[in-house]
Design a protein around this ligand. Structure first.
Ligand SMILES: Cc1cc2nc3c(=O)[nH]c(=O)nc-3n(C[C@H](O)[C@H](O)[C@H](O)COP(=O)(O)O)c2cc1C
Length: 349
């Protein structure tokens, strides 16, 4: 199987080289779907790539050329941050429980059945680099494509809630200034234990951060990326708290599970026994989360769009999310091993 991200290389090497995409760009065969609107912006399709795989403008270009229309620039910070040491990505055996998942080299015959675990720690280049690179990324988009930039705060010991909010807002303002069509504030990261990994679990903190970001970016559309909630009441409280200032919600981030080798050793080391699991294994719970969010948004008339993420690796998965009430559907890990999936899904939808 060809992998666009070289699992044997470091993050820095993958960043420098850009995606390993062997087949020629396929955008000429992308069906000219009728334009649809997302967040008030006309776009070619309801299909995109979630924050993660698109490390920089080189990666955005490779995937924009393959017909992916909603492209999310991987999460950036207000100061440079190294990636966790490798390994950062492992394929894992799928089971639907809550116990450990196990790394495997024995991949399913159909790549659409793959599940992964990743643990990068949200590395970031310095703002000087990424502000220029976002401007570059804008120039490689095709007509009807959209650049979403994911941002996160980088709290230091002793920071107040207001300082965390200001740091989110600073990154968001820089990203908007650099040309992002949409900002996505990452309120959830299964591999980061500090405050920025769990914002969405605290409704009033989320409300304050969202309000602060909104003041910094004017009318630029704002998505909030969240994880699964422990219960539906918490999800409802969150949606209410942010509805005045956010434009939409991206759900969900990877689901935290223990990730181990067959001999029990943690794949990502003793400090990160739990990591974000993604792909086939999480599709069903993510569809449920989207259906529940849609029910709250509709019944309480909240002005929020829904971007669905989780285990999409074929047209049927895409349709599951549209059926559950998503406005758009984003793929996280599958474009790594199925780079031409956008063309396939757009042909059949
Ligand atoms: C390599 C990789 C890196 C990721 N990094 C981020 C990130 O920086 N910020 C973020 O919000 N989500 C990140 N994610 C999570 C994805 O956006 C997405 O929520 C997750 O992969 C689930 O979607 P999937 O099942 O389609 O893979 C990352 C995912 C992958 C595969």
């Amino acid at each position: 199987m060809d992998c666009a991200y070289d699992l044997a290389a470091t993050y820095a090497e993958n960043f420098q080289r850009g995606p390993r995409l062997s087949s020629p760009p396929n955008v000429s065969v992308t069906p000219a779907n009728e334009r649809v609107e997302f967040l008030g912006i006309p776009v070619n399709s309801r299909l995109g790539i979630a924050a993660g795989l698109l490390l920089n403008a080189k990666w955005i270009e490779g995937y924009a050329d393959r017909g992916w229309d909603l492209l999310t620039y991987k999460t950036v910070r207000s100061s440079a941050r190294d990636c966790y040491p490798p390994p950062n990505w492992a394929f894992v055996n799928a089971d639907a429980g809550e116990g450990p998942v196990y790394a495997t080299d024995d991949l399913p015959d159909d790549p659409a059945d793959i599940s992964s675990a990743v643990c990068f720690g949200m590395p970031s280049m310095s703002p000087e680099f990424w502000r220029e690179d976002i401007a570059r990324a804008k120039t490689v988009l095709h007509d009807g494509q959209l650049l979403i930039v994911s941002v996160v705060a980088s709290p230091e010991a002793g920071w107040s809630a207001e300082q965390v909010a200001d740091d989110y807002a600073q990154c968001a303002a820089w990203a908007a200034e650099a040309g992002a069509d949409v900002i996505e504030a990452n309120y959830s990261c299964p591999n980061v234990c500090s405050a920025e990994g769990q914002v969405y679990c605290d409704a009033s903190f989320s409300e304050m951060v969202t309000q602060t970001i909104r003041s910094a970016i004017g009318v630029t559309p704002l998505l909030l990326k969240i994880g699964v909630f422990p219960d539906s009441e918490k999800q409802r409280a969150f949606l209410h708290a942010v509805a005045d200032n956010a434009s939409g919600i991206t759900l969900v981030n990877g689901i935290a599970r223990e990730v181990r080798h067959a001999d029990g050793q943690p794949v990502f080391g003793d400090d990160y026994v739990k990591a974000g699991v993604m792909g086939r294994i999480i599709h069903e719970p993510c569809v449920t989360a989207v259906r529940e969010a849609r029910a709250v948004i509709d019944s309480e008339k909240l002005p929020l769009a829904l971007a669905a993420v989780g285990g999409v690796s074929g047209a049927a998965d895409f349709e599951d999310f549209i059926g559950a009430g998503a406005d758009v559907v984003m793929c996280g890990s599958s474009p790594m091993y199925l780079p031409d999936l956008a063309v396939e899904i757009k042909h059949s939808s």
